[in-house]
Ligand binder design. Structure first.
Ligand code: NAP
Length: 326
């Protein structure tokens, strides 16, 4: 039987790639950076499946260039890079990789909380530069994480995993979401707040919503102005949930204590982005799920989703089940 023609937009861990190569007639993009749009369009012209990364923008125009396309398997839990409504209209299944990256991403969010609160990166640079003269009573004073009030925006899989870590630090946990989650309230001792109350009360605010029309710039100038001058903002969700210009101003004017970012409105962040000049922000290159074990699990899951969809089965992680009703 002829194998399904697919395009894989980057080299993913071997275990997943092998599955794709065994089951499909696959071309794998070999470069370190994503295929430029025109090349992506060219590459998927005859494809039935495509395995994408969050750096590949898959909109209606791209889909129109691939009339045989049946499955878009995204190697990420977030799928804001894909126009799902347009895919559904065309009968294309969209899949993602939920769950397998939850704990790893929560680890990174907690690492950012600690690094920002205790000024780890700043202190590391200072030590390496040979600037350390003596033990100092006022040297690199940060903020306590243990016992602090944590405000979680989006108490989903990753938000709850962060809350479980916070319990070990004896933190008080507040959360904001579209609806109350009474089970999580019982299990985690989390208290529901509206967004503004959460921002006013929390010492550390951590964002775990998807990027949608509703969450775009959910944290802007007004919201930042509600935060305590001693507070910390951590974003490991998607950059555009925060108005980055407003955040820069708040950090520059020291209206909040600091921020820890894994994600940005534009990725990669520009070399001359003003955030880079600030000491009170920790900047990571979108590595939330980046552990060997988790990236391997994501690769296998993305491959299995792709193959299931191509076989005419319902993929385990189908984002648009309404496509089946067509
Ligand atoms: P999830 O389980 O779906 O959790 C998302 C949470 O956000 C849910 O509780 C959801 O509430 C809530 N939410 C949705 N829209 C909201 C709104 N308008 N206002 C307030 N809350 C809202 O997803 P997850 O697996 O935890 O992942 C969350 C996000 O993290 C992903 O979408 C992805 O963008 C990001 N992520 C980043 C990295 C990284 O490398 N930095 C890694 C993994 C994930 P309902 O359940 O009520 O809808």
């Amino acid at each position: 039987m002829a194998k399904w023609k697919v395009f894989v937009t980057r080299i993913i861990p071997e275990a997943g790639l092998r599955l794709v190569l065994e089951n499909c007639d696959a071309e794998v993009w070999q470069e370190e950076t994503p295929p430029p749009r025109e090349i992506l369009i060219e590459k998927i012209r005859d494809c039935e499946g495509v395995l994408t990364l969050l750096s590949d923008r898959i909109d209606g125009e791209v889909m129109d260039s691939a009339p045989k396309l049946r499955v878009i398997s995204n190697y990420a839990v977030g799928y804001d890079n894909i126009d799902v409504a347009e895919a559904t209209k065309r009968g294309i299944m969209v899949t993602n990789t939920p769950g397998v990256l939850t704990e790893t991403t929560a680890d990174l969010a907690f690492a950012l909380i600690l690094a920002t609160a205790r000024r780890i990166v700043e202190a590391d640079k200072y030590t390496r530069k040979g600037l350390w003269k003596t033990w100092g009573p006022m040297l690199f004073l940060g903020r306590d994480v243990h016992g602090a009030t944590l405000g979680i925006i989006g108490l989903g899989r990753i938000g709850q995993a962060v809350a479980r870590r916070a319990k070990g630090f004896n933190m008080r946990i507040l959360y904001y979401g579209l609806r109350r989650n009474e089970e999580a309230e019982r299990e985690l001792g989390a208290e529901f707040r509206n967004l503004h109350s959460l921002l006013r009360e929390a010492d550390i605010v951590t964002i775990h919503t998807p990027l949608t029309e509703e969450t775009y710039h959910m944290i802007g100038e007004k919201e930042l102005s509600l935060m305590k001058p001693t507070a910390i903002l951590v974003n490991t969700a998607r950059g555009a949930v925060v108005d980055q210009k407003a955040l820069y101003k708040a950090l520059k004017e020291k209206r909040i204590f600091g921020a820890g970012l894994d994600v940005y409105e534009k990725e990669p962040i520009d070399k001359d982005d003003p955030l880079i000049e600030l000491d009170n922000v920790v900047l990571l290159p979108h590595i939330g799920s980046a552990s060997v074990e988790t990236r391997t699990r994501m690769a296998i899951m993305a491959a299995e989703n792709l193959i299931a969809g191509l076989r005419g089965e319902i993929p385990q992680n189908l984002v648009n089940p309404e496509v089946l009703e067509r």
